[in-house]
Design a protein around this ligand. Structure first.
Ligand code: ZN
Length: 232
C-alpha cells in the first residue's frame, strides 16, 4: 500500500513537472526542455528523437525549424498516390551541406533529421578523419511506394511516405569517394568514418540499417524516421 502511494506521488510529481515545463513555469535551457522546439544548430541529445517526432504534429513549426537548415529546397504539394503511399508537408531537396546529384523528396521532419545528422555527425566526422568536408552526398533515392524489403506481409516501407532515404556514399572536397559497398568492410580511415556516421545516425533517426543488417543493405545506409527503433 505504501509503495503504491509513493508511486502515485512520483507520477503526480512528474506530470506536474511536465506541465510546468510546458507552460514555462519552470525554465530550463531549450536543449533540455522536451517541449521546446528542436534546433538544427543544437547538439543532439537523448531528447532529440522525441522532439523530431513532435514535428509530425506541427507542420508550421517543422517548416520553421527546417528554414534554419543549410539546404536548397522547395516545398512540394501534398500527394497521395495510393492507400498508404504519398507525403504531406514535404520538400524537394536540391542540395544539403553537400551537393546531391538527383534531387529527392523528404517529409519535413525527415529533412530536419538529415540536416541535424549532417551538421553534427557527418561533416564533423569528415573533418576528423580526412580534414575536409563532404562535398557530395550519393544516394539511391527517398520516396518510393513500396513494401519493406524481404517481407511479403504487405507492410509499407517508410520510403512510401518520404520518411526514409538510402545513402550510398560520399565524395570529399578533394574528390575522394567513399562508398558503403566497397569501404564498409575494410579497416582503414574510410571504414572508421563510415562506422562513426552510421553510429551517430542512431541518435537522430529512429531506424538506421546498414550492411551488417542484411544483404539488401550491403551498399547503403537506410535512414528513416517514425518507424520502429532499429540501429543495425
Ligand atoms: Zn531504404
Amino acid at each position: 500500500m505504501r509503495s503504491k502511494i509513493l508511486w502515485l506521488l512520483l507520477v503526480v510529481g512528474l506530470l506536474a513537472l511536465a506541465a510546468a515545463l510546458q507552460t514555462g513555469t519552470i525554465r530550463v535551457p531549450d536543449t533540455w526542455n522536451p517541449w521546446a522546439p528542436v534546433h538544427i544548430a543544437e547538439s543532439p541529445n537523448w531528447l532529440t528523437r522525441f522532439k523530431l517526432q513532435r514535428l509530425y504534429q506541427d507542420e508550421a513549426g517543422c517548416r520553421s525549424v527546417l528554414s534554419e537548415a543549410e539546404m536548397q529546397m522547395e516545398r512540394v504539394p501534398d500527394r497521395v498516390t495510393e492507400p498508404g503511399c504519398g507525403f504531406s508537408n514535404a520538400v524537394r531537396i536540391e542540395a544539403t551541406t553537400a551537393a546531391v546529384e538527383e534531387p529527392f523528396v523528404l517529409s519535413c521532419p525527415m529533412a530536419v533529421s538529415l540536416a541535424i545528422w549532417e551538421r553534427h555527425v557527418l561533416q564533423p566526422a569528415a573533418h576528423t578523419h580526412f580534414g575536409q568536408p563532404v562535398a557530395e552526398l550519393e544516394h539511391f533515392g527517398s520516396y518510393a511506394c513500396r513494401g519493406v524489403y524481404g517481407r511479403d506481409d504487405g507492410r509499407l516501407s517508410r520510403h512510401a511516405t518520404a520518411n526514409a532515404v538510402d545513402v550510398a556514399g560520399f565524395v570529399l572536397e578533394d574528390g575522394r569517394r567513399i562508398r558503403i559497398v566497397g569501404d564498409w568492410p575494410g579497416d582503414g580511415p574510410e571504414a572508421e568514418f563510415l562506422r562513426e556516421v552510421h553510429q551517430g545516425a542512431c541518435g537522430i533517426f529512429d531506424g538506421v540499417l546498414g550492411p551488417d543488417y542484411n544483404p539488401a543493405h550491403h551498399d547503403h545506409f537506410h535512414l528513416e524516421q517514425g518507424g520502429s527503433r532499429l540501429c543495425r
